[in-house]
Design a protein around this ligand. Sequence first.
Ligand SMILES: Nc1ncnc2c1ncn2[C@@H]1O[C@H](COP(=O)(O)OP(=O)(O)OP(=O)(O)O)[C@@H](O)[C@H]1O
Length: 290
Amino acid sequence: MLIKAKNLNHIYSQGTPMEQKALSNVNLEIDSGEFIGIIGHTGSGKSTLIQHFNALLLPTDGEVLVKGIDTKKNKKQLHKIRQQVGLVFQYPEHQLFEETVGEDVAFGPKNLGLSEEEVEERTKAALEVVNLSYEDYKEHSPFELSGGQMRRVAIAGVLAMKPDVLILDEPTAGLDPQGRREILEQVSSFHKELGLTIILVTHSMDDVAKLAERLLVMHGGEIKLEGPPEQIFNYSDYLKELGLGVPEVSTLMKQLQKQGWDVPNNVFSVEQAHELLLSLVKRKWDGNNV
Ligand SMILES: Nc1ncnc2c1ncn2[C@@H]1O[C@H](COP(=O)(O)OP(=O)(O)OP(=O)(O)O)[C@@H](O)[C@H]1O
């Protein structure tokens, strides 16, 4: 078990007139190697929840265990948890501050006290992973890059810490379609090629449907639904009540199923749907022409 939350509650500014309950009795378990999508309306508690996974926030009540370490009881080990569980905040490019891309990505590893060679090796590898060539970009100012590239530099800075888990809070927010696609493809490769456990927070059902193996649907500080995307999308009316939609492709597939077409439940992307519809039409055509 990688991360476990037991009866987790979080109240901001507890005991003051500003008191705000953000999480209510959350119970969950996340295994190593999973790709989890967390989805919910604004203010549903997503950011509060993920900040407990790398001990930036501690439970007001209940407990969070990361690799068996109780975050509330083992404060001396929190730096280890923060290194192993990398958190990419919303708009992470706002946290870039060094003069060059190379120095920015190297900042975390340098702080770990690693040798110069190791720092350079990690910086190079992390930039290559986000498809930015080390030689071309190490001396480049991060502030002269496109929005998508700046975001990739910020993600490289977290990857250079060599985390086992990568949590991304709304990684596609504010990007154009091309930038969104690139970031999502890379997140998918972090999971498939680097073997990282991924926790992706988003408002977009389309984004998580394609990538996540398991979804957590949050509302009012609680986990309301949990399961693989194809199971979650069966609750489309309830999702609408929570202010969430289901991917349009999934709605189309359900309509085809109702009309008797042999269509699987796990088609969420336009590309998959396109391929499937072509094969159905071809099958029908071949059938009619035997
Ligand atoms: N630092 C804070 N102090 C007080 N209340 C807070 C703080 N951060 C969040 N909240 C409140 O806690 C609740 C959950 O907020 P949270 O940011 O976790 O939701 P979210 O689902 O991540 O929202 P969004 O999608 O807008 O980022 C909200 O009511 C919010 O106003």
